[in-house]
Design a protein around this ligand. Structure first.
Ligand code: ASP
Length: 308
């Protein structure tokens, strides 16, 4: 049995590619890179990779992380500039004995030494978007984000997880959210399963939400229960400190291939592989607050894609 799942409908094409690779017998890491790099390189998706959302200074600073569920090794880059694929750089860091997380200038100079090409991630469109944002009155910083997070299991039961994002629009220079933080934006253990999050990084990181989901599964909860409990308990915990949780959405995959999503926002979408390639679902909650997954149609997809 193989399986792949990823956040948001932007992952649809990448999931199809990953499914083909898994069907050909390729491993989970190859499949995961295919999902995330498809989104990183597609300039229609403005919150990941090249053409990503610029920060306050008009710079595109990207975050990405990779985790291997067999040996729990990981690599991550944060606030990296001028490199098109943070996930690939993160992946290349995971087998090092130390120095697995690199930030900003150090991350870029490592990537260049490794042979990654220097590119200008501030595309014409990204620059226009930034200039328009600067004129907003009142200026709504952080309005605009969405991370690609994915989890894959291959025929050998080898699980991996990864994330890639430009983070929040108009973030401070050097700001990093949950996405490249192991335990917050992603966590995977092939003995149990994996999880990944998207939303307001400053909230998600307070609860190490991805680790929490995997831990609940380790302790006997189904993937569906684990996603719901982790998010709701955490929202309740924030409330006890008078903090109103902002966007938190998660997807998770158990080692048996069962999957789940949970969110506190409307219209959270995710993709999962199926016999024909990929399916995109929208999450709804029923009257008990339990997850219901509704397959989205082409009209929903084009509406979502037309939003900047
Ligand atoms: N979690 C990301 C961040 O805070 C943004 C997102 O996933 O929407 O940088």
């Amino acid at each position: 049995m193989t399986r792949c799942i990823a956040t948001w409908l932007m992952a649809e094409n990448g999931i199809k590619k990953a499914k083909d690779l898994l069907d050909e017998g390729k491993d989970s890491a190859k499949a995961l890179l295919a999902i995330i790099q498809d989104v990183e390189s597609d300039e229609r998706f403005v919150s990941v990779g090249r053409g990503g959302l610029p920060n306050r200074e008009g710079k595109v600073q990207l975050d990405g992380a990779f985790m291997d569920g067999d040996d729990l090794k990981f690599g991550a880059v944060m606030a990296i500039e001028d490199i098109a694929s943070p996930i690939e750089v993160a992946y290349s860091l995971k087998d090092r004995d130390a120095n697995n997380i690199l930030v900003a200038k150090g991350a870029k100079s490592y990537a260049l030494k490794k042979g990654f090409k220097e590119v200008d991630n501030l595309t014409k469109k990204a620059k226009e978007r930034y200039l328009k944002k600067c004129q907003e009155d009142p200026l709504k910083a952080y309005d605009g984000h969405d991370t690609i997070g994915a989890i894959v299991i291959d025929e050998d039961g080898h699980m991996v997880a990864g994330t890639s994002t430009s983070g929040l629009f108009y973030k401070d220079d050097g700001r990093v959210g949950d996405s490249p933080l192991i335990g917050s934006g992603l966590y995977v253990d092939s003995e149990v399963g994996g999880a990944t999050a998207t939303g307001m990084g400053e909230d998600i990181a307070k609860g190490c939400v991805s680790f929490k989901i995997v831990d609940l599964m380790r302790n006997g909860k189904s993937v569906k229960e684990a996603t719901k409990i982790a998010v709701l308990d955490f929202i309740a915990r924030l409330k006890r400190s008078d903090i109103e949780a902002r966007d938190i959405s998660v997807v998770a995959l158990a080692k048996d291939g069962t999957f789940a999503a949970y969110s506190n926002i409307p219209n959270f979408t995710f993709c999962i592989d199926d016999e024909k390639g990929a399916k995109v679902y929208r999450l709804e909650l029923d009257q008990n607050g339990d997850q219901v997954y509704i397959e989205v149609d082409d009209a929903f997809k084009s509406d979502w894609l037309s939003k900047e």
